[in-house]
Design a protein around this ligand. Structure first.
Ligand SMILES: [Zn+2]
Length: 361
């Protein structure tokens, strides 16, 4: 049952709310009929049917007016990153939607979908982390983008947006009927949160399956899919050891912000590339870092492990791979774009660090 509901919501998105509205409409219709034969019963029932109808109307409005996503930050135009865009065009030459490239400060990539009002005017959003571009070369990024394009082509990205839209449809209902103060809001909240728990459990299974499907999609197009997995896995560990942990240490008791993360990554890049060749750097599991959490926010939770993904690509152990010679950040981004992005992320981080230090000092 949960599987069918997830499938329906993934397909219909916010419009799956109609399945909730139908029984409410049926109750309203039955109530009108009741008036002819049992007017007193109908009057008593109005106590329930009245608020229920208003809730139905509110829910319908909420479905139509799901708040749009906030404007995109850190986008890269075709002029700013022609080679990165060319890579996306090469992997996926026939876009069915408008596209945007977003750069993040995370060691990951993702594919999302942005929608205008009523869920129309869809834009495919490819998000690529600057640390990922620095750690990988062009061939590895090719494989990673192929995985993300797989998410788009196999309708994983739009399915996820559909689920979020569905949940967003209830916002207006809760505005009308507060879940803490009203019986109706409380009941709706109970039903939705109970449903959401099951939905999330089911979504985990779905998102795991999606990862394997996107890997297979990439694996069918490039022999670098497993290599990219090894590089990213090793980089997560080496960045944890070389960048994130030292940074946290220095931040404690600091009187001014320490050198920021992207500058540090750049300083350690040769060592990161050296460790990227072997997956032996993963002796200790990296903690749930910002990128893992961001991933969870996008995909629900639990990506399959590195070992599981390698296995599904046909490897029982991490393969021997060629080291990264030229980072994709240098091959795919013009120097001025790379410098600007580095400054943007590091300045932002430094501002937050200063705020943190001042707040604790
Ligand atoms: Zn994925």
């Amino acid at each position: 049952m949960a599987r069918i509901v997830v499938w329906l919501i993934g397909r219909l998105g916010r419009y799956a709310v109609i399945l909730v509205l139908l029984p409410i409409a049926l109750i309203g219709y039955g109530w009108l009929g009741l008036f002819d034969h049992h007017p007193y019963v109908a009057l008593a029932a109005a106590l329930v049917v009245g608020p229920l109808s208003v809730a139905g109307v509110t829910l319908a409005l909420g479905m139509l007016l799901v708040p749009g996503a906030p404007p995109l930050k850190d986008t890269l135009s075709r002029e700013e990153a022609p080679r990165l865009w060319a890579l996306w065009d090469e992997i996926d030459p026939k876009p069915s939607k408008r596209r945007a490239v977003v750069v993040t400060d995370q060691l990951n990539a993702s594919m999302g979908e942005l929608r205008g009002s009523l869920g129309l005017r869809r834009t495919e959003i490819l998000a690529v982390g600057l640390p990922l571009l620095m750690a990988c070369d062009e061939a590895a990024i090719w494989a990673i983008l192929a995985h993300e394009v797989g998410h788009a082509r196999l309708a994983h990205a739009s399915g996820l947006t559909n689920v979020n839209d569905f949940v967003g449809s209830f916002d207006m209902l809760f505005l009308y009927a507060d879940p803490h103060d009203t019986v109706l809001g409380g009941l709706a909240d109970l039903a939705l949160s109970g449903g959401m728990r099951r939905l999330k459990r089911e979504m985990r299974a779905v998102s795991r399956r999606h990862e394997f499907e996107a890997d297979a999609f990439a694996g069918a197009q490039t022999s670098d899919a497993a290599r990219a997995l090894v590089i990213v896995e090793a980089t997560a560990h080496s960045m944890d050891a070389l960048v994130h942990r030292p940074l946290e240490q220095e931040l404690l008791g600091a009187v001014s912000p320490p050198p920021p993360p992207i500058a540090r990554t750049a300083a350690h890049l040769a060592e990161i590339h050296r460790r990227g060749v072997t997956a032996t750097a993963r002796l200790e599991k990296p903690r749930a870092s910002g990128d893992l959490l961001a991933d969870e926010a996008l995909y629900g939770s639990t990506h399959p492990t590195f070992e599981e993904r390698l296995k599904s690509l046909g490897y029982d152990a991490p393969p021997e791979i060629a080291p990264v010679a030229t980072p994709a950040s240098a091959a795919l981004l013009p120097p001025e774009t790379l410098a600007r992005l580095t400054k943007t992320f590091d300045d932002r981080w430094t501002r937050e660090a200063r705020w943190f230090i001042d707040g604790n000092g």
